[in-house]
Design a protein around this ligand. Sequence first.
Ligand code: NAD
Length: 477
Amino acid sequence: MTYPQLSLYIDGEFIHGGGRREQDVLNPATGQVIGQLPHATREDLDRALAAAARAFTTWKKSSPMERSKVLRKVAELARERAQDIGRGITMDQGKPLAESVGEVVACSEHAEWHAEECRRIYGRVIPARNDSVRQMVLREPVGVVAAFSPWNFPFNQAIRKIAAAVGAGCTIVLKGPEDAPSGVVALARLFHDAGLPAGVLNIVWGVPSEVSDHLIDSPVVRKITFTGSVPVGKMLAAKAAALMKRSTMELGGHAPVIICDDADIDAAIKMLVPYKFRNAGQVCVSPTRFFVQEGVYERFVADFVGRTQGLKVGDGLLPDTKMGPLAQQRRVGAVAGFIDDARERGATVLTGGAPIPGAGNFFSPTLIADLPEDSRLMNEEPFGPVAGILRFKTIDEVLARANRLPFGLAAYAFTGSNRNAHALSTGLEAGMVTINHLGLALAETPFGGIKDSGIGSEGGTETFDGYLNTKFVTQMN
Ligand code: NAD
């Protein structure tokens, strides 16, 4: 199986070689080197910035119809190429092929949504106090965007940023995930083939802190967008704030799932098991803290454990695999650390609990009960195939426990009662709440967190907010 050629994409050119430093790209299912990723030199970064600044002078004046046309074409090409792009993502990121292909196909909808929505970036007219005055509010693109996208959904997280920037009339320099780069190179190829003018999109790779320092410090850059961990997000947001640059931050979560006595338990478990272990749990909205009301606790746990044990873990390229390896070797130790801590504090490992021996970063799907609230798993984002299950008695109690952490990304609840649903949807401190089904991350709905989980939204009608300045113009005739 061939892995795609990797490259930088600067000013409309795909670039590799030329004596640049290269980084090995590994297949997490085998540990083998499958590709070489060229790092950008300082000159490459400066060229990307200059290209983005130059392209902005014309792209900011482009008609919404022109931007819409490019985004529509990207959607069409992504559907056509989904199998090939998906195979590359499975090879460098590890998730099962069906999930990788699904990620690419779903992203066609993100491109289409931005194609439609960019034609509705409206201003407004404010009635004036004087008959000869016309007061207008204009929305203008902020300028060059520096974007940093992560490895867990390499295609999805990058296209959301690119489509929002390009649709708003901004230009962008994006540093993708060095561990799982093929999806982002494929995206550059899609935009290139869809006719995006040179310089509007630029893709660079390197040592993350060096690249982000260089890009954020550049006076050319007016906006920062990052998806990744809370500590890195806080650091980048602080740098951006010191330079008075706008930022959108999509950071980590530690999602509570509340299962009430009156929930349809069979339906909930059927949805939650594949959802919990999707992408080996390396998902910012992954359900991680399961609070189960005492009347259904025993039954929920028995069925949840049973179904989890039926999951087939293996190489994502094999057709019957339901969960692939962790994306990097370092994640195996990180996930094991949560379980060791739980065991030391007297918790019960209901299933899994250890790496799977042999080649690759495989870890068994893990459920843990009897966890003290001060255990690491109940406080830090695990970002892996592990979840804690806890009992609760009342809605007020579970709300306090669910809201205890500084995270506020996603929250889930299952209940047959409107009263509980209302109390939970209004009481949960989260940017997104989904009740009795799993309905997050659609193109037409806003995605984003509160508290430590971030600033701003991607998707929905909010998607361009972070990429537009508001300008007030008042004119007297
Ligand atoms: P990490 O904190 O080292 O890195 C997280 C991400 O930030 C990576 O994509 C990395 O390349 C990038 N990054 C790190 N330092 C940076 C810098 N100075 N400038 C720009 N980008 C930088 O952790 P990791 O081991 O790669 O991933 C594990 C943690 O990351 C998890 O605990 C999870 O919280 C978080 N994460 C979150 C998301 C998300 O969707 N919110 C995605 C991926 C990772």
